[in-house]
Design a protein around this ligand. Sequence first.
Ligand code: SF4
Length: 430
Amino acid sequence: MSNLSNSTLPTTTTCPACGLLCDDIIPNAETAVNVKNGCSKAIQFFEQSFNDNIGASPTLAGKPCNLDTAIKAAAHLLSNSKSALFAGLGTEVQGMRSLMHLAEKTNATLDHMHSDSTVRNTLTMQNDGWLTTTLAEVKNRADVILAIGTDIATSHPRFFEKAVWNTESLFHKPTPEVIYLGVPAEKTKAGTSPNGTAPTVIDANADKLPEIINALNALLNNKLNNKKIKEESAGGVSVATLMALVNQLKAAKYAVIVWSASSFKFSHAELTIQSITQLINLLNESTRAAGLPLNSGDGDSSVNNTSTWLSGYPTRNRYVDGKPEYDTYHLSTDKLASSSDALLWVSTFNPHSPPATTAPTIVIGHPATKFERQPEVFIPVGVPGIDHIGLMFRLDSSITLPLKKLRDSQLPKLSDVIHQIEAALSSVEK
Ligand code: SF4
């Protein structure tokens, strides 16, 4: 971490590399290994961030320019636009607040890069409501963890360490039993408890999960309890195995069912998520159970919470004459990237490239972003939690955590750039 300034280095910092937002990361100014307490995903994030060119310059069609010129060009593009798409949206709370204001002023559509996954959860919540829990409740109360279609640890590497094996719980409870359903056995190592108890692994093809979850609901409803059906299988899993799982969930004092919408690659996955939430509702008739949907990253929880409190809707929303509208089907980046008359792409945590489009493109993002086609305007900005402070929602949306500044850099903050574009927009309009 050669860029770290010892004089300003905080004792601990928050890692924004996944939705767990571990806040016990100890930055290290002396060694090439960036952080203490960070998992491999965190180390990769911090190393990538610190290897980037903090002196990267804005560009117009690939040619370096100063920040003022780039801001004026971006404002000019947006002032000529009637249907701009603000996409990517890889940012934290303050960045999203500024983008919402700019979207309101320019009648733009907003869509986060991971909305395909988020929308599956949102549709379930909007349709039926759901009963979900927090990481603190997992730590304090869970005695059974059922992971459906996700190994959890790949996307959220310290989940088991922080929330499952952590013995500093408020209540005396046994070490949770871990069950994987529809997860390859070779990916289930993280579910082995510190005392060596291996997880239960129910082998199943991920694309059979809709059928399997429906069967679990039927079993819990006593709809599949005759002898003939017990000898059969659902989605390739024997009904006896599924019945044993149902009994284990019913016997639990606090079962937590974890899923990741991004792992559900089959069509109409929202119906399977709804089926999971129905299972949770049924379990709560006789015991306690809750869901824990994992997020996909790049600030998706922060962005959608901020969007919801400012406009009433998560992303895949737009402003029309100052009024927010919401449409999960028509307002997607896939559908609008080609038809919009301007694209503003934002990705500050990672150097994700913008989607292919012929629309005039403004990219405000990670200094290491690569382009197939040079955008009309590129403004490199600081990485939140590295170059400037910020605020992020944890994956369970129960708390926000502060991101800290770890180095001095010349890269501006996204929200500052957006405010300047907004100010320049007023001048263009005059
Ligand atoms: S688990 Fe997530 S938040 Fe925690 S250190 Fe690893 S990447 Fe960062």
